[in-house]
Design a protein around this ligand. Structure first.
Ligand code: FRU
Length: 475
């Protein structure tokens, strides 16, 4: 299937990539009957954006993925833009056959010039009665049309709370930088609930919203809601990026907790991240939340130097809320296989392309970090700067950088002191670095395209730093 030509050297081992062709946003993440379904924006015919359709992959464990046939295809009248999927257990939509509950995809119809709604973006349904293998478009599409050219990316979830039990859709008026909420009893008839915007909006369009509830400090009785919004441009590191707001959702309106907003990732390459529907809820609390993002940036996504495929998904991340110094914080932890043969040597040299986990721990104070070299003098440098209270990832000399003028960059994430320690957990996989700072209080996700034939991983520290954990394991 996958030949390792010299140009295919950047294909990751752990991160999902399609065998061939372009992907962008994860869509329709849903867990059903022991299977994780990952749908995604996909061009079935080429390595550039276009012919937008929903590709499909499945996994038993979020770690190994099997590519499935293209799920929902574009046609002359519409492109299939981003959206979500639910399993309609009690057949509220009537789209089931009385045997299996329908899997219902809610997607944006981006209508083409030859359609009856040229230039309009509206929300449509498709349903599957065979676990996502084959799909039928609903005959009454679209189900929600505002006549807008920028109304897209519906995330639908089941709300059950004080206000009742119904479906909620979170979508965007992208150019207005506005999130819109709707409700429905049957996924077909939608009623406007409320909207959300920032008092002082930044630049860019808003895309791919998500809204979900999480326990605080693991206690099912205490919860808060997370509203996720992707912005392009306007991301914290330049180009596209993903932000979040914490607050309350009463079934109608999202009310932000002042001072709680932040960035889901401080790197360049984590966009359009959305969470799974259908995960089990431990202890009668809110469901587990696992997110996946598109590991690229609209600034240069069309130019990334891979061959038969273009773009990978991020590692899946499990989310939690934690109270830290009186402030509610979002925590992300990667879902990865255990690492094998961990070594504590301060310098490790492996063949290029290995997937590795690197843990570094230190007492606060001084500067230290890890150099990810490729044997030819180039390296990506991850550094903790205690004085500046930040973690930096510098990819300016990490290998191929000049395929786009905006690619070479230095990313910065804030460094909170937690429990008197500083800890980094880093995942490298052929063409990416994902850094989890302080147990996932901040993350930095960046693509890198090393040119050399090795993967050198080396710790460094100044005289004021006390590094007492350094471990490299293969994944
Ligand atoms: C985000 C996005 C979405 C849209 C899709 C089209 O990356 O622009 O707003 O639905 O990509 O591929």
């Amino acid at each position: 299937m996958t030949s390792t030509t010299t140009r295919d050297r950047y294909r990751p081992r752990l991160h999902y990539t399609p065998a061939r062709n372009w992907i962008n946003d994860p869509n329709g993440l849903v867990f059903h009957r022991g299977v994780y379904h990952l749908f995604y924006q996909h061009n079935p015919f080429g390595t550039d954006w276009g012919n937008m359709s929903w590709g499909h992959a499945t996994s038993p464990d979020l770690q190994s993925w099997t590519e499935q046939p293209v799920a929902i295809r574009c046609d002359e009248s519409e492109s299939i833009f981003s959206g979500s999927a639910v399993v309609d257990e009690s057949n509220t939509s009537g789209l089931g056959d009385g045997v299996a509950p329908p899997m219902v995809a809610v997607y944006t119809s981006a209508y083409g010039p030859s359609s009856p709604r040229p230039g309009v973006q509206a929300q449509s349904l498709a349903y599957s009665l065979d676990e996502g293998q084959t799909w039928t478009k609903y005959a009454g599409n679209p189900v929600l049309d505002r006549g807008s050219a920028n109304f897209r990316d519906p995330k639908v979830f089941r709300y059950e709370g004080p206000a009742g039990a119904y479906w909620v859709m979170v979508a965007v008026e992208a150019e207005e930088q506005r999130v819109l909420l709707y409700k429905s009893a049957n996924l077909i008839d939608w009623e406007f609930l409320s909207d959300f915007r920032m008092a002082a909006p930044g630049i860019g369009v808003w895309e791919c919203p998500d809204l979900f509830e999480l326990p605080v400090d693991g206690e099912p009785g205490r919860t808060a809601w997370v509203l996720v919004v992707s912005t392009n441009p306007g991301g914290v590191a330049g180009g596209s990026g993903t932000r979040y707001f914490l607050g309350e959702f009463d079934g109608v309106r999202f009310a932000e907790i002042p001072g709680s907003r932040s960035w889901l990732d401080w790197g360049r390459d984590y966009y359009a991240a959305v969470s799974f529907n259908g995960l089990p809820a431990p202890d009668a609390g809110p469901a587990r939340r696992v997110m996946i993002g598109w590991m690229n940036n609209w600034d240069y996504a069309a130019a990334t130097p891979t061959d038969a495929w273009r773009s990978a998904m991020s590692l899946p991340r499990e989310l939690a809320l934690r109270n830290l110094d009186g402030r509610l914080r979002l925590i992300q932890r990667p879902i990865v296989p255990p690492s094998s043969d961990p070594t504590q040597a301060p310098r490790v040299v492996l063949p290029r392309g290995e997937a590795c986990r690197v843990r570094v721990g230190a007492l606060p104070g001084g500067s230290f970090g890890v150099r990810f070299g490729s044997g030819d003098g180039d390296a990506a440098i991850l550094a903790v700067d205690a004085a500046a209270r930040e973690v930096r990832l510098d990819r300016t000399s990490s290998g191929l950088v000049d395929f786009h003028e905006g690619f070479a960059s230095v990313e910065r994430a804030p460094l909170d002191t937690v429990d008197g320690r500083v800890e980094l957990d880093v995942f490298i996989d052929a063409c990416s670095l994902e850094v989890f700072v302080q147990g996932g209080l901040a993350t930095i996700t960046d693509l890198v395209f090393p040119r050399g034939e090795q993967l050198e991983i080396e710790v460094f520290a100044d005289s004021e730093a006390t590094v007492d954990v350094f471990e490299v394991g293969r994944l």
